[in-house]
Design a protein around this ligand. Structure first.
Ligand SMILES: [Mg+2]
Length: 124
């Protein structure tokens, strides 16, 4: 089973992404902010890929990236999901693998996820 961790405060967007990516071999775990994401990682270990919104209450994407680096947990591919005009810069700022500018279509979602995580490309 491939595990994706989706860190995003917009519940409607989470629903769209989960429905698009979840299948028999891909599990999508949802976290509504960075603190919730850390709880998932602490209890279940690192996922195979993190989809990370930058602007979130409680703990945003920049803060979560910093904590993961401090803990030596930055060896997982991370796709930044944020407003299109900020996406490339935000991804560069935190050293993310790839980015997805909002709004995005499902074909783009699939192709960015597939390229960030080649081993699940056959499944997503
Ligand atoms: Mg947000």
């Amino acid at each position: 089973m491939t595990t994706l961790l989706l860190v995003e405060d917009d519940e409607d967007l989470r629903d769209v992404v989960v429905r698009a990516l979840r299948n028999d071999t891909v599990q999508v775990i949802e976290a509504e902010d960075g603190v919730a994401a850390l709880e998932v990682i602490d209890s279940q270990g690192l996922p195979d890929l993190i989809l990370l919104d930058m602007n979130m209450p409680v703990m945003n994407g920049w803060e979560l990236a910093r904590v993961l680096r401090e803990r030596g947990l930055w060896h997982v591919p991370v796709i930044v999901i944020t407003a299109a005009h900020d996406a490339a810069r935000s991804a560069h700022d935190i050293g993310a693998t790839a980015y997805l500018g909002k709004p995005f279509d499902l074909a783009t979602l699939h192709s960015v996820v597939a390229s960030a995580l080649p081993k699940v490309s056959a499944h997503v």
